[in-house]
Design a protein around this ligand. Sequence first.
Ligand code: FAD
Length: 370
Amino acid sequence: MIQQAARDYAQRELIQDVLERDEKAIFPEKHIKKLAELGFLGMMVDPEYGGSGMDTIAYVLAMEEISKIDASVGVIMSINNSLICYGLNKFGSEAQKQKYLTRIASGDIIGAFLLSEPEAGSDATHQHTTAEDKGDYYLVNGTKNWISNANSASVYIVIAQTHAKKTHRGINAFIIEKNTPGITLGPHEDKMGMRSSDTHSVMFTDVKIPKENRIGDDGFGFKFAMQVLEAGRIGIASQALGIAGGAMDRAVAYSKERKAFGTELANHQSVAFKLSDMAVKIENARNLCLKAAWLKDNHMSITVASAMAKQYSADIAMEVTTEAVQIHGGYGYVKEYHVERLMREAKLTQIYEGTSEIQKIIISRNVING
Ligand SMILES: Cc1cc2nc3c(=O)[nH]c(=O)nc-3n(C[C@H](O)[C@H](O)[C@H](O)COP(=O)(O)OP(=O)(O)OC[C@H]3O[C@@H](n4cnc5c(N)ncnc54)[C@H](O)[C@@H]3O)c2cc1C
């Protein structure tokens, strides 16, 4: 039912203005409201905190369907669900849940996750943003970059260094309201793909944060970020799976319509074999996503499973979308046929929430060390 609801909404409504949103980089405001109505912004949160009380498998199915049509909406949904709601639900205090989680999970407001910095991307152990302990409050200074939802979010989860000498053990995570004095945004990033999700750098100048807005114990911030990202990767993996599936659907339809050398493209074996390869890759990616989701729902370790799901799904999304453009020939290279957009969207899934290389580090460490 969840899959069908997501599919119906995506294929009837989301599709309608996706090309314009991509072209003009328009934030999908009305669609975010619709996702909130569908209960898709806090899918795995208990109803008592404003969520839908579903499991991670339901989330994977919904993410796939939404991202088949518009991965920009997929990333807004993914960040809200897996980075913000999951982080607050699992590690937030009761007061933080009451004050923030209920509104974010219900989609009344959305959140953004601020880890990356100009000089701290893959290596997040070196945070230059500082959160100085001033006794009854923290004072935050620094710059975060590449922040999705930076302008549209009302609440940020910010990772910052409190005790420099303790390196990553001295990092904290904070809930910071976007309208707090001292916060400014950089310009909207003009991106290759996912153009309607809003991405900005965020600057903090002497931003005062109440003590009660720290998540977990002093020094818990790095562990918090890593655990949240581990779960978040299931969302991005499902997004990549959806992008690949969207490209394949279009390639199959096109290959049955377009004729060359007196017959439909699908009757040329080299085209049919491309479709076969796509189908196998997508099936494998879906199985990896569902396995990671199942492990998470059953409270088992997801470190390797989510890394495998993310790396594989992102890499095959790039391969499948590239082949979908090829099957469309010249038509694949123009916007009207959507596959070039899907190819641009696929690229980002290999970069954010840990690049494909970082996933391989996680997987290979496990292969080598057990
Ligand atoms: C559109 C967009 C949205 C984003 N949204 C967010 C967000 O909401 N919140 C947030 O905190 N961040 C966000 N990010 C940041 C993203 O997570 C980082 O860009 C990513 O982690 C890579 O960091 P980097 O760009 O600094 O690249 P670098 O870390 O400098 O990496 C550059 C290259 O070197 C490779 N590399 C680095 N270290 C190693 C190594 N040890 N071994 C092998 N290869 C290595 C990488 O794989 C990559 O290919 C977003 C990024 C983009 C582009």
